[in-house]
Design a protein around this ligand. Structure first.
Ligand code: ADP
Length: 418
């Protein structure tokens, strides 16, 4: 597979004042950048970042971990990486991430040693972060987990605007005060149009390792209540567990070392939930298009590098005019379907051509010209395409789900939703 290098982000100097709607460029080769954030320090944000990254990696994804907790970088210790280990650089001055437990990792601690980050202030922090974002040789990643600095100050806002985030996971503990702070953080992200992927409640119930009894040391359920109140998803709760602390201190994260423990399973469940949410979200691989079929003007992209073995079967990552009568669709899971354009016209799902309730075809195939063809193909949001046909018809919305089901039906499989 072709490797795409991350680009330099020099054109996107951070500015807390720039327009949130403009959105930063995507990082080539990285499908999803996920911020792990919290309103304040000490809630277990870095521990969640590390174990979430490991859970995703164990599920077969290519994962990177960026420790942007610039004033207190703790991830190298949690992963058992030697502190003060300087990353290698490539000939063009890109940093090569350290690899541990299969995770590609870059942390401020690798550049400055253990204690000096605390003296960095303001603009210097921003400069270092720009290096991290634009000049690391990540290669192809499915997920880049971005451990944000705690809080909701300028550094965080700048970061959220200079990195193309798929969304943010907000970590909170169940105490009220922590919830209040997390809520503030959450609002800051929302103001910047960053999708909140969900809330993780950390240090929830304590299960006694001896008697198995559950105790809610810091209360329980606050994260879930907050998600309900604010209308954002709840991703799950992590129990309070002494093994999480020892694992973190000794460089043996619990998901890697005790994968069958209740706590490790809680991280895995959160990772699964997160993947589900991201699959539901539009991918940014394809831009909106309005494509003239005959001249090929406005042709959409065909992003083979976005194929994922675990990818969604109904997310297109490419459209192509194979010949005058064939439309090819490349799906994220790597399947390619070639549609005869007349077959597509016959399968028009609009109310004129198909009875809405029963799905019975109303369109008489004999009435459709043999040489019917589109003059335009255009995208609708991130869920469908529409055709302008040369017989004057143009009202059918072909959802991606419908298109994929059609392909299966044409291939002779028995699929109901066609
Ligand atoms: P933050 O990144 O929010 O500052 P850390 O991830 O560094 O927080 O965690 C702070 C401390 O809390 C660490 O000692 C860590 O081991 C501990 N910790 C994190 N999550 C849990 C948990 N679920 N149970 C017990 N201790 C935890």
């Amino acid at each position: 597979m072709q490797t795409t290098e991350p680009h330099h982000n020099d054109d996107h100097a951070p500015s807390a004042l720039s327009q949130p709607s403009a959105g930063p460029d995507k990082l080539p080769g990285i499908r999803h950048v996920i911020a792990v954030a919290s309103g304040k320090g000490g809630v277990g944000k870095s521990t969640v970042s590390v174990n979430l990254a490991l859970a995703l990696q164990q599920a077969g994804y290519r994962v990177g971990l960026l420790d942007a907790d610039i004033l207190g970088p703790s991830i190298p210790v949690m992963l058992g990486l030697p502190t003060g280990h300087q990353p290698e650089t490539t000939a063009d001055q890109r940093l090569v991430p350290a690899v541990r437990y299969g995770l590609k990792t870059i942390s401020m601690a690798m550049l400055t040693g253990d204690d000096s980050p605390a003296i960095l202030r303001g603009p210097m922090v921003g400069k270092y972060l720009q290096v991290f974002i634009g000049q690391v040789q990540w290669g192809q990643l499915d997920y880049l987990i971005f451990d944000f600095p705690p809080g909701t100050g300028d550094t965080q806002l700048t970061l959220a605007q200079s990195v193309p985030l798929s969304g943010a996971v907000v970590v909170t503990t169940p105490q009220d005060v922590s919830l209040k702070i997390a809520r503030r953080g959450l609002r800051a992200f929302q103001t910047l149009n960053v999708t909140i992927l969900g809330i993780v409640e950390n240090m929830s119930t304590f299960t006694c390792p001896h008697c198995g009894k559950d105790t809610d040391i810091f209360r329980h359920g606050g994260g879930e209540r907050m998600s309900l109140e604010l209308g954002v998803p709840f991703l799950g709760a992590i129990p309070l567990d002494a093994d999480i602390v020892t694992g973190g201190d000794e460089g043996h994260p619990i998901v890697a070392e005790k994968p069958n423990s209740v706590a490790a399973q809680a991280y895995v469940a959160i990772a699964t939930e997160l993947v589900g949410r991201l699959q539901g979200l539009p991918t940014t691989v394809l831009e909106a298009f309005n494509w003239a079929w005959d001249t090929n003007e406005g042709e959409p992209a065909w992003v083979e590098s976005a194929v994922l073995p675990t990818g969604s079967p109904t997310t297109p990552i490419g459209f192509r005019r194979r010949d005058a009568r064939t439309l090819s669709v490349l799906w994220e899971d790597g399947n390619r379907d070639d549609f005869d354009v007349r077959d597509l016209r016959l399968a028009c799902p609009c109310a004129q051509c198909r009875e809405e309730m029963s799905g019975r075809q109303l369109l008489d195939p004999k009435s459709v010209l043999q040489d019917v063809a589109p003059h335009t193909v255009s995208s609708r949001g991130n869920y469908a395409i529409m055709f302008g046909w040369n017989d004057g018809h143009s009202t059918g919305i072909y959802t991606y789900k419908h298109l994929r089901a059609l392909a299966e039906r044409f291939a002779g499989k028995d699929v109901e939703d066609v």
